[in-house]
Design a protein around this ligand. Structure first.
Ligand SMILES: Nc1ncnc2c1ncn2[C@@H]1O[C@H](COP(=O)(O)OP(=O)(O)OP(=O)(O)O)[C@@H](O)[C@H]1O
Ligand SMILES: [Mg+2]
Length: 370
């Protein structure tokens, strides 16, 4: 037996039954009550079991959608100098990667409601990859499964010193991510606060996303992924609210040699604004980040790290920035906390630090330079 409802609670429930997508403001208007009163009634309705939740009822629900790469990363570490044309004994390990996938997993660990949009093969790798994200609480309902191509894989063959001898990328499946897929799932994107896309997407799909977004409310963030992939970005970054690049990628995109170090990163960040982006973050590994918006450009040093493995630092920095923007911070503060999360990721051997949480970040805040 459910608990009795007050007259006002019953009236709110009736409005929601008639229109399950009614926002709190709308209900407040209809009943002539304050929105905060409606919010309190909805909490009661959930506690009393009349509503399953209120996620979709809040017009201001802070949700992020990550669109782009989902990859199985394999690492093969050779014991002895590599010899061509023969079999080389290695230690192998595997983990999940892909910029958008990593960003989605980090966002979920930080507590942002997140959904992931990508394409995987109809294979065990794809199923495991999605299961892992689902276990983290990421909504993977809009991921397409292709029977044409296998889930993307990246294999790194490392020499005994740990340096990359060969990088082997089987990413053909991403060519199948056509603009039409985004059209099909548009309401899923349109209802988000932030959409993040990586340059694993085909150029025309990225372009489609940029040109359609002006009509909706979400903000769009984009990461370059790698120097070759910056070529997929349009000539103008108009329509991109926030662009992420490392300094090499900015150099490749802007075809300008800024030199190195914080001043160079600052110039690159300003160059990305001149190219049309609303705000920009340019990362320079252990040297930190530069951030620019219409008012200001600034560089921030990185937190000193006990580096274990730098893989995924950039992706964690992006997720940390987006999470803090969603919490209402400005881009400078958000990116600085993001950079700290990047550093924390270098101290973990996994590409997504499984210890990550808001509390974990808070416990490390004292390490940030003043
Ligand atoms: N060696 C390091 N020491 C401290 N912090 C680091 C180090 N490497 C990376 N970071 C942190 O992570 C952020 C992003 O790193 P980086 O600039 O290497 O990104 P990236 O080139 O996009 O890397 P990737 O995409 O391969 O993860 C840096 O701005 C910094 O805050
Ligand atoms: Mg990167």
């Amino acid at each position: 037996m459910k608990t009795e409802l007050s007259a006002q609670e019953a009236a709110v429930l009736e409005i929601i039954r008639a229109n399950p997508f009614a926002g709190q403001q709308e209900i407040a208007g209809e009943m002539g009550l304050a929105r905060s009163t409606i919010a309190a009634h909805i909490v009661q309705l959930i506690q009393k079991g009349y509503l399953l939740g209120r996620g979709y009822l809040l017009p201001d629900a802070q949700r992020a959608v990550c669109v782009g790469g989902a990859v199985l990363d394999r690492k093969y570490h050779a014991h002895r100098p590599l010899i061509e044309g023969t079999s080389n004994p290695v230690n192998g390990s595997r983990s999940f990667g892909g910029v958008a996938r990593n960003v989605a997993e980090n966002l979920a660990l930080l507590g942002t409601p997140t959904s992931f949009v990508s394409i995987v093969g109809d294979d065990e790798t794809g199923r495991q990859l999605l299961r892992h994200l689902r276990d983290r609480g990421v909504d993977v309902s809009q991921v397409i499964t292709s029977s044409e191509k296998p889930t993307a894989e990246y294999a790194a063959v490392l020499d005994p010193a740990g340096d990359l001898a060969y990088g082997i990328a089987d990413m053909g499946i991403f060519d199948l991510f056509a603009p039409a897929h985004l059209d099909r799932i548009w309401p899923h994107l349109a209802s988000a606060s932030w959409v993040f896309a990586d340059c694993n997407l085909p150029g025309e799909t990225l372009q489609g996303l940029i040109s359609r977004k002006h009509a909706v409310g979400f903000k769009l963030a984009v990461d370059a992924v790698s120097t070759p992939k910056v070529a997929k970005l349009p000539q103008s970054l108009n329509g991109i609210d926030l662009i992420f690049m490392n300094l090499d990628e900015a150099r490749a995109y802007l075809k300008t040699d800024f030199g190195s170090g914080p001043e160079a990163a600052k110039k690159a960040a300003q160059g990305l604004l001149a190219a049309g982006a609303g705000e920009s973050v340019v990362s320079i590994g252990s040297n930190g980040i530069a951030v620019a918006n219409g008012q200001r450009a600034a560089a921030f040093p990185a937190v000193t790290a006990n580096v274990v493995d730098i893989t995924g630092a950039g992706d964690a920095m992006i997720a940390g920035t987006l999470h803090n923007l969603l919490s209402g911070e400005n881009i400078f503060t958000a990116a600085r906390i993001g950079a700290l999360i990047g550093t924390l990721t270098t101290e973990s051997d996994a590409s997504v630090c499984s210890e990550l949480s808001e509390n974990f970040v808070r416990a490390n805040m004292h390490r940030m330079p003043a």
